[in-house]
Write a protein of this length. Structure first.
Length: 317
């Protein structure tokens, strides 16, 4: 319907726009509003089902006493599992061995990757591709297969390593060397991944900084010290965070395949202790309590590392 002003010429009135009516909420507009949420829905569902729901169930399980048998009733014990866990010497010992494992892996995930990545910048052409493939290959080896091979290499008497050093020591089942063996094998596997991350970090640093420094008379060593390493700091802090959070988990298959936490609990870290309480001692409540404390502790540690990263890291803006 057109609005016609009697004072206007009829020829001009035909070109007057129709009066605006109320906006209609069409199906197309509704789909445009909910489309982003539909794309996010699968990820949110998976996150809830496989992360938040098990976390809530673990908190609930940590307040009961249960031996994992479906026919056995759960008995509510409140915070008794946490009190019992904190009184166990094995719990505190596993925390110390976890810290030792993380500190032992930092040279393999931070220091050596930087040295290898900087050295590989001089390798060019097809040789560079072969070099990168050889460095990354150990990361592709299954942990259980790596454990079997290294146990054979370290076998006392007939193993290649033992014949090479001629020690006659049982490296895997000796309490004084078992933890070092786990650190070395885990570091050997993580080295390729860490080098790949450092290569990506170096690729993101503009070469203009180095060229400008060379014009000002800086040496290659000064460029690496004052330009490359500071700009690489976000990558290095990411590797530190990854090592702290994931190395105990990644070492679990090696420990379970080679030492089963021994000898004399020399290789029992907090992750393996959690599994031991659940599936060897059949104490689900104590295992869940250890898992909850582990989640809270490593979450707080991750928050501190992220805060340090924001304060210390140098970003190329």
């Amino acid at each position: 319907m057109f609005v016609i002003d009697d004072r206007q010429d009829p020829a001009q009135a035909a070109f007057i726009a129709p009066a605006a009516g109320p906006r209609r909420f069409t199906r197309r507009k509704a789909l445009r509003l909910i489309a982003p949420y539909l794309y996010l829905a699968p990820a949110v569902v998976l996150l809830v089902v496989f992360t938040y729901q098990p976390l809530v169930q673990a908190v609930q399980l940590s307040t009961v006493s249960w031996n994992l048998l479906p026919t056995a009733p759960m008995k509510a014990v409140g915070t008794a599992n946490y009190s019992r866990l904190l009184d166990l010497p094995a719990f505190w010992g596993s925390l110390g061995r976890t810290a030792t494992l993380i500190l032992g892996l930092l040279p393999f995930t931070v220091v050596l990757p930087v040295l290898i990545a900087l050295a590989s910048r001089k390798v060019q052409g097809r040789a560079r591709t072969v070099y990168q493939a050889l460095v990354f290959a150990p990361f592709l080896v299954a942990p259980v297969a790596a454990a079997a091979v290294w146990r054979w290499l370290l076998h006392p008497g007939s193993g290649f390593v033992d014949q090479l050093v001629d020690s006659g020591r049982n490296w895997v089942y000796d309490a004084s060397t078992a933890q070092a063996v786990i650190v070395l094998i885990t570091g050997w596997q993580l080295l390729g991944f860490a080098v790949l991350v450092v290569w990506a970090g170096l690729a993101g640093i503009s070469g203009d900084y180095g060229e400008a420094a060379q014009v000002d008379g800086a040496t290659p060593g000064q460029i690496r010290r004052w330009i490359t390493l500071p700009l690489l700091s976000p990558t290095l802090l990411f590797l530190v965070l990854t090592t702290v959070l994931l190395s105990p988990t990644l070492s679990f298959p090696l420990i379970d395949s080679m030492t089963q936490g021994g000898p004399s609990q020399a290789t029992t870290n907090i992750y393996y202790l959690l599994w031991d309480y659940a599936f060897h001692s059949f104490d689900a409540g104590l295992s869940a309590a250890a898992g909850v404390l582990l989640f809270v502790g490593f979450g707080a540690l991750a928050a501190v590392l992220v805060w340090i990263s924001e304060k210390v890291a140098v970003h190329d803006d």
